[in-house]
Write a protein that binds this ligand. Structure first.
Ligand code: GTP
Ligand code: MG
Length: 353
């Protein structure tokens, strides 16, 4: 294990100052309508192009585009998005299938804007939840301007990677292979692992990086931004994500659950922020439900004498306070909802679509 500190790994919180804390009900930053959402439904018109130029953007000569991150679960896609954006927009864990929604992370340079689309890990669907996650991956790959295909060099190239390579070939978008976790390999293993990426048969440049420690991440950003088409900025230059505040805060709670649970439990848990309310004494109360599928999972999450839910609550509150830049009270309840992974309406409400 290197002695260096991870940048945005699961062990750390938000490290950069947050310019303007979002208010309840707002998106994570800024409140312009999401250009990304508009783009996925409408063909832009000349008028749209003018409207979309965001405050703070240079008058002309800018590049912008949507760059999707594809890869197997757990390869480090969300860690890379956070490293590029410079703050935690997506939660990270050592459990596969952490990411459940497409999350846009915005990285704005002097004359470019990269909209990174963090995606769930590519997998075989097992239920409505994973069907929706996989459907979202396919849609986003069809609509992006370029894709970062993240592979885990430590584990090497496997059948899952070859399947994704094939899907990317079909999507016909420019691809860059991002060979992640180089910090886990010595030089000779690194060379062998990098050679394995040839097996993918993609006409793509390979970037060895460590998302966790930030190695070569700036070089990757330079390379990707040079590939973007000319175009206006889609987001306000101060934006870092298109996520709704409620969803982001729920994810910060789920991240703490993922850290403390094992086997099937992490996959059985979803979190919904049910209320954000300011009390008369000005304290902000965030109420959240932790959904689980069985009574025994509820018992695990509550813990002996409520010990587990208290620990989750304490850790999540710290993360939320960093995000909101103020003290909050976090009210957590653990509820059983047997089939939440198969419930259309609940998944819609949770924004997993
Ligand atoms: N050593 C090392 N670990 C990393 C690196 N990048 C990510 N990780 C770790 O890999 C695990 C998975 O990271 P995530 O970013 O959640 O992976 P993901 O691809 O988004 O996973 P899903 O959302 O499940 O598809 C976490 O424990 C990270 O800390 C890296 O460069 N080096
Ligand atoms: Mg992820």
């Amino acid at each position: 294990m290197p002695a260096r500190e991870p940048q945005y790994g699961p062990e750390d919180g938000v490290e950069l100052p947050i310019p303007e804390p979002p208010k309840p009900g707002e998106r994570l930053t800024g409140d312009e309508p999401s250009a990304a959402a508009r783009r996925s439904t409408d063909e832009p018109t000349a008028a749209d192009t003018t409207d979309l130029r965001s405050p703070g953007a240079p008058e002309s000569g800018t590049r912008s585009g949507f760059v999707a991150l594809a890869g197997r679960p757990n390869v480090g896609k969300s860690t890379l998005v956070n490293a590029i954006v410079g703050r935690k927009v997506a939660i990270v864990s050592d459990k596969p299938q952490t990411t459940r929604r497409a999350i846009r992370g915005v990285c704005t340079g002097p004359d470019y804007q990269l909209v990174l689309v963090d995606l769930p890990g590519v997998q075989r669907p097992r239920d409505l939840l994973t069907e929706r996650m996989q459907g979202r991956v396919e849609t986003e790959l069809r609509e992006c301007d370029a894709a970062l295909f993240v592979v885990n060099l430590e584990e090497g190239i496997g059948p899952g990677d070859r399947w994704i390579a094939e899907a990317l070939r079909k999507a016909n978008v420019p691809v860059i292979i991002v060979a992640n976790k180089v910090d886990r390999l010595n030089k000779s293993k690194l060379i062998t692992a990098l050679n394995e990426t040839n097996e993918l048969g993609l006409d793509a440049e390979v970037f060895p990086i460590s998302a966790r420690y930030g190695d070569q991440v700036d070089a990757l950003v330079d390379h990707v931004s040079a590939l973007l088409p000319e175009g206006p900025f889609y987001f306000d230059t101060r934006d870092s994500s298109d996520q709704r505040l409620e969803v982001h805060l729920a994810e910060l709670v789920r991240e703490q659950v993922l850290r403390r649970t094992f086997q099937e439990v992490p996959h059985s848990v979803e979190v919904e922020v049910t209320d954000i309310e300011r009390r008369d004494d000005e304290l902000l109360i965030v109420s959240a439900a932790i959904w689980v599928e069985t009574d025994s999972q509820q018992g695990i999450l509550i813990g002996k004498g409520g010990d587990m839910v208290k620990r989750i609550g304490r850790a999540a509150r710290k993360e939320i306070e960093l995000e909101m830049d103020e003290h909050i009270h976090l009210d957590l309840t653990v509820r059983v909802r047997k089939n939440w992974r198969r419930e259309d309406r609940l998944l819609d409400r949770l924004g997993i679509e």
